[in-house]
Design a protein around this ligand. Structure first.
Ligand SMILES: Nc1ncnc2c1ncn2[C@@H]1O[C@H](COP(=O)(O)OP(=O)(O)O)[C@@H](O)[C@H]1O
Ligand SMILES: [Mg+2]
Length: 300
């Protein structure tokens, strides 16, 4: 198979790992920097120009590894491949949905996937009421498009919540409010999903003085055993968003496990190191099963 990995850098751990595993398994694999792709649309036809050649008809499969800073262009490149019947491990719509926490939670809630109680508004007149809708402080405040723990805040009192929310509304930033799941104990669970299976999972624990468990904020990874319900929730969440390969984040609460977000470009380094599972290989094996020949591409 010809596999394109859409990524800004061949030296990024996850890109390198997927690339090497694809090579090992005998595939023709190329890293395409989507930020260097130009798209031409004309007369109902499309071209994706990369390093002077039109690559639109080359791949059987694309593996988008689109970062948060260039999501829209990345999703547009993915969309062109999709419309050319190329299988993608992350649909363009899924990438856009996952980048937006409000949109993600709207879809998950509609599909009855358990999430923490969430409120969003843009009305500076009724902030008190918004906080009360969540049963009062403490509340978690999140930027709609934050990642890696940046833009996630804990407001312990109504007073501080009000001033933070006011500030973001004043700056025209989209935010959401969420009930604070105290009993999650600065831990969350990253579940790596491929289609209808969980490939691997790890628990992340935040630093002593932080409620966020992100590895980028100093958190550490540990092995964890998932319940069947957690596996089902994670698989469904990824599928509903349109992401065959995804990292689904859960927190454990008194009400059961809740999905807090879904990542369309889950990092491999932390989870491979912690669990010793060869995730790069699992991703390639998943793709092989999904579409082993060019002719299967025509049937999709
Ligand atoms: N409602 C919540 N209650 C308690 N902790 C939370 C809640 N939401 C998020 N967290 C903690 O904050 C971290 C970052 O939040 P998350 O929504 O995953 O944003 P990001 O996209 O920045 O990772 C989570 O990994 C979790 O540890
Ligand atoms: Mg997260």
């Amino acid at each position: 198979m010809t596999i394109f990995i859409l990524s800004v850098g061949e030296h990024i751990y996850s890109t390198k790992r997927i690339y090497n595993e694809a090579l090992k398994r005998g595939h023709n694999v190329r890293i395409i920097n989507h930020t260097r792709c130009s798209i031409k649309l004309s007369g109902g036809k499309r071209q994706i120009i990369y390093q002077g050649e039109n690559i639109i008809n080359e791949p059987d499969v694309i593996i988008p590894r689109i970062g948060a800073s260039i999501t829209r262009h990345g999703a547009a490149v993915v969309k062109e491949f999709e419309m050319n019947n190329v299988y993608s491990t992350a649909r363009s719509l899924g990438i856009l949905r996952a980048q937006n926490k409000i949109r993600t939670l709207q879809i998950l809630n509609h599909k009855e996937i358990p999430i923490p109680d969430t409120v969003f508004s843009v009305n500076p007149e009724n902030i008190k009421e918004q906080i009360e809708l969540l049963g009062g402080a403490p509340v978690v405040i999140k930027l709609q498009e934050g990642t890696q723990g940046v833009g996630v805040m804990l407001a312990e009192s109504e007073k501080s919540a009000k001033s933070i929310i006011d500030t973001f509304y004043g700056m025209n930033k989209s935010i959401l409010l969420q009930e604070f799941i105290k009993e999650s104990n600065s831990e969350d669970i990253r579940v790596l999903v491929a289609g209808d299976k969980v490939i691997s999972s790890m628990k992340r624990k935040g630093l002593e003085d932080d409620f966020r468990s992100n590895i980028h904020r100093g958190g550490s990874g540990f092995k964890v055993n998932l319940t069947d319900t957690e596996k089902t929730i994670a698989i469904k969440a990824a599928n509903y968003l349109g992401l065959p390969i995804a990292g689904v984040d859960l927190i454990r609460s008194k009400k059961g496990s809740l999905v807090i977000e879904v990542n369309s470009t889950p990092g491999l380094q932390g989870i491979e190191t912690c669990t010793r599972v060869n995730i790069g290989e699992s991703i390639i094996k998943y793709i092989e099963k999904k579409c082993s020949t060019k002719s299967s591409r025509m049937k999709r």
